[in-house]
Design a protein around this ligand. Structure first.
Ligand code: NG1
Ligand code: ZN
Length: 533
């Protein structure tokens, strides 16, 4: 039965603030750090129960608020294969976090254990980490109380990136099996990335130094250690690496700043030389944006869609050259936020599917291909190789030297990619390897297609739950009649496209617009926003 006494004693130390309602959304729980104490405690208990439900497999817990401001924090659970928490458990997490008193919490737990038939005699294991936020330490202590209350075994990884934690969960759970993912340590992670990267670029001319904007977050120390493993094959120049300066995290820097403002972070105006490649990580290093300044010092952004185009082309070519194109089916998954020009470019080359916002939707859709490539425009993405495809890559015997080389490259690409979740550092090495093979500079990569001007605006509304969508969020079904008005407006703009959806992470409605000309795009976005407001 439940260790009620231990849960009660510890739960009383972590009371839920009255009047607050929490929600496990697309990015877990995320809000002001100062109100998250009870949530962290309860997530600790829940992680233990999830582990028991899955026969003692290790569950991950990441304490981060990614690209959000420094005063925010958040927490999300990671399932045994390193993937996002199963959707059905999001509701359980929400329910448990909102129980008002300790008694309510224990009552909810008892109902829940019974309904899901959780065998409490099973062992429970939880591995956890946090980003660099000053609030992280105390929140981890609350989490540890929860892990202790349910009698689970905890392993603290300390301060690391979200993708490293996902990697560790998979590595721990596949240890000693044929699907082994590598050593279950940060060292194992560095080797997983560095070894195939060095092989991939070994036959290519040396890469010029890459400037990395670390968003003043946890990407900085992890990139610094990765650099030691990568050595001279790719020199890193780390910028915005001040992880102890109060208020610096994600402030006017990082991947979200670049994508949202479509500007170079002001701090990089000196360090970034014309023609040099630069990239930005977000606060937990799971998003990546590239950019460069041209000879006129004009800023050019290469977002998740451009990464998808670059990487897809490369993998399509390798599959073809290796002679495996009849056996390996590729596909790309995007959301409605993908630039229309990228969708057009990709659709001419391979199947493209559009799904609702949220990594879990992209990830699951990508699993339907032998090799599934997914990237959100904001720079979060990865490439999934099915187990059968990985087995095929191992067993296949090439019949020409060209096939053999392509096969080696494919194996290394497979190895280099963190397939559990979008990983800025893994994706960055992948991009660099492709650029080396293509002999592309930023300019050549950028010219694969020309982005349509686009604009994203937030609208604060009285009740965002009134906004309901269909067709992968591209059409509103509620409020009634609104979509017709949007269509009416869009028709008046050349190359116009616009859609409206409620955010899953903020209390706002987002309006996206695209058109052939910049001025028209802004006008369309603001007119649609006017309809919504
Ligand atoms: P919402 O707030 O639901 O739009 C945002 C991003 C998503 C995803 C999640 C999770 C945009 C427009 N939306 O979701 O792509 O990254 O956060 O972090 O970028
Ligand atoms: Zn992030």
């Amino acid at each position: 039965s439940l260790p009620v006494e231990s849960i009660r004693a510890l739960s009383d130390l972590h009371p839920k603030p009255a009047s607050l309602r929490f929600q496990y959304g697309t990015a877990g729980f995320r809000t002001l750090a100062s109100v998250l104490d009870s949530v962290l405690f309860r997530v600790g208990v829940l992680a233990g129960l999830r582990s028991k439900k899955l026969d003692g497999k290790t569950i991950g817990v990441m304490v981060t608020a990614s690209h959000n401001p420094e005063q925010d924090n958040g927490v999300k659970l990671v399932d045994p294969r390193g993937e996002m928490l199963d959707t059905s458990w999001e509701l359980h997490a929400t329910a448990l976090s909102n129980a008002q008193t300790t008694d309510d919490f224990i009552g909810e737990l008892e109902k829940f254990v019974q309904a899901l038939k959780i065998d409490l005699s099973k062992p429970a294991r939880v591995v956890y980490a946090r980003d660099t936020r000053p609030s992280g330490d105390a929140l981890v202590s609350s989490l540890e109380d929860g892990i202790k209350a349910i009698g689970a075994e905890g392993r603290n990884v300390g301060v690391t990136t979200t993708p490293v934690l996902h990697y560790l969960v998979r590595a721990i759970n596949t240890k000693g099996t044929k699907e082994s993912y590598g050593e279950d340590s940060e060292e194992g992670y560095f080797l997983k990335l560095a070894t195939p990267f060095k092989k991939l670029v070994s036959t290519r001319p040396a890469l010029s130094p890459l400037l990395i904007d670390c968003a003043n977050g946890v990407g900085a120390p992890i990139a610094e250690r990765l650099a030691e493993h990568i050595g001279t094959s790719l020199p890193f120049i780390l910028e915005n690496a001040s992880i102890t300066t109060p208020g610096a995290l994600n402030n006017a820097c990082g991947a979200d700043y670049v994508k949202t403002s479509q500007k170079l972070p002001p701090s990089l105006a000196g360090p970034l030389q014309p023609s040099q490649r630069g990239c930005s990580l977000d606060g937990d290093a799971d998003r990546l944006m590239y950019f460069y300044l041209d000879e006129q010092s004009q800023f050019h952004m290469l977002d998740g869609d451009k990464i998808a185009a670059l990487v897809s082309d490369f993998i399509v070519d390798l599959v073809k050259t290796s002679g495996l194109d009849s056996q390996i089916k590729l596909g790309v998954v995007q959301t409605a936020y993908a630039n229309g020009a990228s969708t057009k470019y990709l659709s001419e080359r391979l199947p493209v599917k559009c799904v609702p916002t949220g990594v879990k939707h992209l990830h699951h859709a990508a699993e339907h291909y032998n090799i599934g490539i997914y990237f959100e425009a904001n720079g979060h993405g990865t490439v999934l190789f099915s187990q059968a495809t990985q087995d095929l890559l191992q067993s296949y015997t090439p019949s020409t030297p060209a096939q053999s080389t392509a096969l080696d490259h494919l194996r290394n690409v497979n190895q280099l990619i963190n397939q559990t979740v979008g990983d800025a550092l893994s994706d960055m090495l992948l991009v660099e390897a492709v650029l080396a093979h293509r002999a592309y500079s930023g300019i050549e990569w950028d010219s694969l297609y020309v982005d349509l001007p686009n604009r994203l605006v937030k609208v604060v509304v009285a009740d965002r739950t009134q906004f309901k969508t269909e067709d992968a969020e591209r059409r509103l079904v509620s409020p009634a009649g609104l979509q017709d008005k949007i269509n009416e407006l869009v028709r008046r703009y050349e190359g116009g496209r616009s859609f409206v959806r409620p955010s899953g992470t903020e209390d706002v409605v987002r309006v996206y617009a695209e058109a052939s000309m910049k001025s028209q795009t802004d006008e369309l976005a603001f007119r649609v926003a006017g309809l919504v407001y």
